[in-house]
Write a protein that binds this ligand. Structure first.
Ligand SMILES: [Fe+2]
Length: 249
C-alpha cells in the first residue's frame, strides 16, 4: 500500500493544495504528516483543517511552540508564532472550531512506529527539535546513536532538506539517486523535505511516496507569488518569510 508522506507545510495553503492535487492524481488514499503544519505562513487554520483528516500527524517544533513557549525561537520565528496564536484564537471564527484546532494540536503524538518503520519530526533522539542535516554524516557519534534507535527505516522532516542518510554514513540527495530510493536491507533515515518552505535551493514543494520498500521523492510547483503576497500583506508576518520562498532557502 502506498502512502504519501508530507512535512513542514508551514501554513502554506497554496503549496499544500498543489501537493494534494499531485497525490490525488496518483490515487494515493493515505497521507501522513511529520509535523510543522503551522508556523511562518499565512494560512494555519486551513492547513490544520486538512491535516485533521491525515492518517496520522506528528507534533513539530512549531506545534510544540504554539502550545507551550518556543523559547528557542529566533525573533522572526517568534513574531510569526505570536501571529499564528492569534489566528487560532480568532474571535472571527466559531469558538468550537477554535477549540477543535487546539485539541488537535494538543493531541499530536511526537513519534509513531508502524511495523519497523519509524516516523518523527526531527530525529528519533529528540523528536521535535533535533535536526538531521547532510553534514551529520561526518558526525559518527551522532549517526551511530540515531541509527541505534531506528528499527529499519525512519522518516523525518524539520531540516526542510530532502534526502537519504544511510547506515554507512552517506547522504544521498534525491537528484543524485534519480528521485527514487529502494531499501535493500540495513537502515536508512529519510528526510522528505518541506511542502511549504523548501530550503535546498529549489522553491518547489517536496514530499515523498512510500510503498513499504521504495521511496519516491517528488517536487511540485505551486503559486509561490500568491503565498508571498499574502505574507507581505500581513503585518504580523516578517517579509523575510516571503522572500525566502522564491529562492527556496
Ligand atoms: Fe519546519
Amino acid at each position: 500500500m502506498r502512502i504519501a508522506i508530507v512535512s513542514d507545510l508551514h501554513a502554506n495553503i497554496e503549496a499544500l493544495s498543489a501537493v494534494l492535487e499531485h497525490i490525488n492524481a496518483q490515487n494515493i488514499p493515505d497521507i501522513v504528516c511529520l509535523g510543522d503544519v503551522i508556523g511562518y505562513g499565512p494560512n494555519p487554520r486551513e492547513c490544520i483543517k486538512i491535516m485533521q483528516n491525515a492518517r496520522f500527524c506528528l507534533m513539530g517544533n512549531h506545534e510544540e511552540a504554539v502550545m507551550f513557549y518556543g523559547e528557542d525561537f529566533n525573533e522572526k520565528a517568534r513574531q510569526a508564532l505570536e501571529w499564528t496564536k492569534e489566528q487560532l484564537n480568532s474571535p472571527d471564527h466559531d469558538r468550537t472550531e477554535n477549540y477543535e484546532m487546539w485539541n488537535f494540536l494538543g493531541g499530536l503524538e511526537d513519534k509513531h512506529l508502524e511495523g519497523d518503520v519509524f516516523y518523527v519530526h526531527g530525529s528519533p533522539r529528540v523528536p521535535t527539535k533535533e535536526y538531521m542535516v547532510p553534514t551529520d554524516i561526518r558526525n559518527r557519534d551522532k549517526m551511530n546513536e540515531i541509527f541505534s534507535m531506528i528499527p529499519s527505516l525512519c522518516f523525518v522532516g524539520h531540516s526542510h532538506i530532502p534526502g537519504v542518510f544511510t547506515d554507512n554514513f552517506r547522504f544521498l540527495s534525491p537528484d543524485r539517486i534519480g528521485g527514487t530510493y529502494t531499501h535493500q536491507g540495513g537502515k536508512a533515515l529519510i528526510n522528505v523535505g518541506s511542502v511549504g518552505q523548501p530550503r535546498d535551493g529549489d522553491p518547489r514543494s517536496s514530499y515523498a511516496v512510500f510503498d513499504g520498500r521504495t521511496v519516491k521523492f517528488h517536487r511540485v510547483e505551486y503559486d509561490v507569488r500568491t503565498t508571498m503576497d499574502k505574507i507581505y500583506a500581513t503585518p504580523g508576518l516578517p517579509n523575510y518569510l516571503a522572500d525566502r520562498l522564491i529562492v527556496g532557502r
